[in-house]
Design a protein. Structure first.
Lengths: 85, 275
């Protein structure tokens, strides 16, 4: 399986991923990026402040950007009772 | 080669020369090496030898239905993959090598004999088993009550103490062969989240990871971040330690009320050559 790097950029700055993960395909990559982004958002919620300005950029072994996932695309925000975002 | 199990147990037990020799004699049993990622003992297996980690790093882990893993414990040199495991009909989890790892294979009957012949060794093994359970209890607290930062800080501090106890390190650097994904499996976090926390700890000047080595740059502050209370490791039985054996992790686990009292007692008993 090919290697993928999940680089994180958030309010603390850029945190490069030193350990590539071997994943089957881009679908799995996207699922892992979503899971990662949501886990970080969860931790923020515990502290009472949700910051959705971060993003996860996934690169393949050749250094090509294969996915950029802004945190705000990782969750759906329902702020009104009728479901308006 | 010194037996790392003796190194561990002697921190809390005053062995007679003959007992020490019996423990060290275990080193004549065969060893087996495992590459990183290799399974040392598989779930469902009937274990006939007691595995003692001599070098490297192993982990207890469960594989879930979707193929993902949860790591339940790390085993450093000197740790037994359960002293009484031969009692069980089948292992209920896997033991996996997290680095190039060598295990000593002690036949079950030899271990049984060792446990029935010397009460000092038996008591030391009980202590060892109780401490393993206590580490697991902290793991549960980690998952239930500590936030991500505290959890990782707690694990790093504990690993430093454990590597020190068996003399695998004498300063504040420890072997760190695991990937962020493996650390995520052990802390119930995602690898991306682990990466963020490590980035924070690095930025704060608390830790440094270079190559396969983790250096704790500021143990005192990391201990505060982790709200680390070392009492669960039961290192308090220092009064049992032979005066000739140095306290290898004393500076890391001291400073709590108990530690100070015991260090003082140690000094007094050492001074007057008491038992």
């Amino acid at each position: 399986m090919p290697p993928f790097y999940f680089h994180l950029t958030d309010r603390f700055g850029a945190v490069p991923d030193p350990d590539p993960r071997e994943l089957a395909d881009l679908e799995v990559v996207r699922a892992q990026a979503l899971k990662g982004a949501r886990s970080i958002i969860c931790e923020d919620v515990r502290d009472g402040r949700v910051d959705l300005t971060g993003r996860i950029d996934v690169y393949d072994g050749a250094g090509n950007l294969v996915l950029s996932l802004p945190f705000k695309e990782a969750v759906e925000l329902v702020l009104e009772k009728d479901g308006a975002r | 080669m010194t037996n790392p199990l003796t190194m561990k147990l002697e921190q809390f037990t005053r062995f007679e020369q003959e007992e020490r020799e019996r423990l060290n004699a275990l080193m004549s049993y065969p060893t087996q090496s495992f590459a990183k990622g290799e399974t040392i003992i598989e779930q469902g297996e009937k274990v006939t030898d007691v595995h003692l980690v001599l070098t490297g790093l192993a982990a207890r882990s469960k594989t879930l239905a979707d193929g993902s893993r949860q790591t339940l414990a790390f085993l450093v040199p000197g740790d037994l993959c359960d002293v009484e495991v031969f009692i069980l009909e089948a292992m209920d989890h896997d033991i996996v090598a997290m680095a190039q790892t060598t295990c000593l294979l002690v036949p079950a009957d030899v271990m049984e004999e060792l446990l029935t012949q010397s009460s000092n060794i038996t008591r030391a093994m009980w202590w060892s088993t109780m401490t393993d359970s206590a580490i697991l209890r902290e793991w549960i607290v980690d998952h239930g009550s500590r936030d991500a930062r505290e959890r990782i800080a707690h694990l790093f501090y504990e690993m430093l103490v454990r590597y020190r106890v068996v003399g695998e390190t004498t300063d504040d650097s420890i072997p760190f062969p695991i990937t962020q994904e493996e650390l995520a499996d052990a802390t119930g976090m995602t690898p991306v989240h682990v990466n963020r926390i490590l980035g924070q700890l690095r930025a704060e000047g608390l830790v440094e990871i270079r190559g396969k080595v983790l250096t704790i740059l500021d143990p005192k502050r990391l201990r505060e971040v982790a709200q680390y209370d070392p009492r669960y490791l039961h290192l308090i039985r220092t009064e049992r330690r032979d005066g000739e054996v140095s306290s290898r992790a004393g500076d890391l686990v001291g400073a709590s009320g108990h530690g100070i009292v015991h260090d003082a007692l140690q000094k007094v008993t050492g001074k007057f050559g008491g038992s």
